[in-house]
Design a protein around this ligand. Sequence first.
Ligand SMILES: NC(=O)c1ccc[n+]([C@@H]2O[C@H](COP(=O)([O-])OP(=O)(O)OC[C@H]3O[C@@H](n4cnc5c(N)ncnc54)[C@H](OP(=O)(O)O)[C@@H]3O)[C@@H](O)[C@H]2O)c1
Length: 326
Amino acid sequence: MTQARVVEVTEFGAPEVMKVVTKDLPPPAAGEAQIRQTAIGFNYLDISQRGGAMPLPLPTGIGHEAAGVVEAVGEGVTDVRVGDRVAYMNAGIGAYADVRNVAAGKLVVLPASVSDEAAATLIFKGMTAQYLVKKTHPVQPGDIVLVHSAAGGVGQILSSWAKALGATVVGTASTPEKCAIARKAGCDFAIDYSKPGWVEEFLQVTGGRKARVVYDAVGKDTFYQSLDCTAPFGLVVLYGAASGPVKDFEPELLNKKGCLFLTRPSVFPHNADPATFRANAADLFDAIATGKVKVDIGQRFKLEDIVKVHQQVKGRATTGAVLITP
Ligand SMILES: NC(=O)c1ccc[n+]([C@@H]2O[C@H](COP(=O)([O-])OP(=O)(O)OC[C@H]3O[C@@H](n4cnc5c(N)ncnc54)[C@H](OP(=O)(O)O)[C@@H]3O)[C@@H](O)[C@H]2O)c1
């Protein structure tokens, strides 16, 4: 029996409810692979699940993405082998661990061009950006694209990828320092949306043109202004709620603001089966290899310091991706 160090939550609440505990890990069952994890990614969703905004059956692990090496495989596993470097983003909750068993069909083998650290910080956030710029709205040259929280993990990847596809990208962020990071990530313009009048500033930098698509993962604090920034027949993509959920929305408003389209998508259905997941991952790895998407590890933590990770992100003190090492 292998010993695994895992982060466990037995009640929802503040970051301190996360405890690192040692548990027996059985050998991988049929269809599973055992992964010795070398790098773990943080995602904002982890905060929502730890805090109970998106409740899970308790007790529960936390975390969705990691990379590592296959140490053992269960019966019938043919798509990965012992020694393969692999990553995952949708293999069941519990990525905050040093070793774990996951369904082999949820793993992608990493090419030599993608390090474990890059994979662990990019596979969930990068696959999110991938479906947002390729499927939810296939970004075209000449599009005006507005990306909220553009200095964040998904925000930076989304901005650089949309720029590489030929769009004019306007990013928002909450401080001048974060605006500078958003520009470095590929935004043509970056606006401090903590200040009043940012919608007017957006229209000023675009010469009065509104956005073909707005990517909004902030939610409550930005959603109604996002409608004001969207061109007639344009698309508002509400893909998160960092400031809280949008409530009591009246669909008639979409008509009044210019026959807008609204969607609330998720990365998981876009990567539900192994073939689609691996094809999308290949697209992401190509974007990394060709420099369309860059790895920005803004801060690093040990697994033991997991409480600090959640405190700092919730305090809006992080930029880019957070990397956790076991
Ligand atoms: N639907 C999907 O498929 C999907 C998949 C992955 C992630 N997401 C969503 O994408 C967003 C970004 O995820 P991430 O992991 O890359 O996180 P992140 O962007 O690194 O961190 C969240 C950012 O949201 C901004 N923010 C605005 N209001 C906030 C508030 N009241 N409290 C905390 N932060 C606030 C902050 O940037 P500023 O300080 O610049 O405002 C903060 O840095 C999250 O909302 C997440 O749920 C959705």
